[in-house]
Design a protein around this ligand. Sequence first.
Ligand code: SIN
Length: 316
Amino acid sequence: MTRITVRPVAGHIGADIGNVDLAQPLTDSDLRTVKEALHRHKVVFFRGQALDHAAQIAFARQFGELTYAHPHDDAPPEDHPEIFTIDPARFEQRYGADFVAEYRKRQYSYFDGWHTDVTAAVNPPAGSILRAERVPEFGGDTTWTNLVAAYQGLSAPLRAFVDTLRAEHRYGGSRRVEGDSEYARRINDNLLVAVHPVVRVHPETGERALFVNPGFTSHIVDVHPSESKRLLELLYAEITRPEYTVRFRWEPGHVAFWDNRATAHLAPRDLAHLDVERRLHRVTLIGDIPVGPDGRPSELLSGRPFTADHRVVTNA
Ligand code: SIN
């Protein structure tokens, strides 16, 4: 029998895991190996797997309970409420032809931009597992960054300062989604807002990570707006430094599994002008409530924790 292998692929983040078939239940020893690799390397890649929705869900459940597809999505594939499909064509069919172009202009979208998944929730997902079904011949890579390395790279005085800060995260960025489209109503009528520590202590490794991201963080609380803006600019410059990142080239069947408590990722920005198909499916593990270095947990300001339970208000 060939043993599972773990091969780091970049200096600070990312490892390829080989000799394992994710369509089969993992042995206890392989499960341990994958968990350890995830904690150490933050994102792990499994190439050339043959998973369908049910097999992806079964694989993910070995690591914890799963959330519903997405807090604002009520159209997961039939019989698979856990699957969130990332495909611009799906949104275009649902919300109209102009939607995708408008959506891309936003601070954050599922088609581009740095983010950590669903940090507007008081309990952002602990981990995410993304599987590629269709990918373009070129382009469409995803990049991840190590938020623990970014924290450790700060000088000691700056680390001590950011340890004391808290920041608001809201779905749709710093403002309401504009307009009166079905999509805008769906987001604005189901606001998801939380205040998290800027530095999060990982519940399993004890490591500290910079827990802000341009996708969801609206501002740092209790400081002047201009201070918040400049502090966030500084922190975003740190978390997106190339040395903390790894870039992954997708092929159909490839799977990426990341620790959402210690990473941010960049969905691709290089496809908007091309007429190509890109379709991936994501599941997310239900997360815990972040805690800062002072032991203070995050606070929910609007919405509900992100779990398997799903309710979206649609005021016509
Ligand atoms: C995601 O944000 O989970 C999707 C990333 C991607 O589309 O590359």
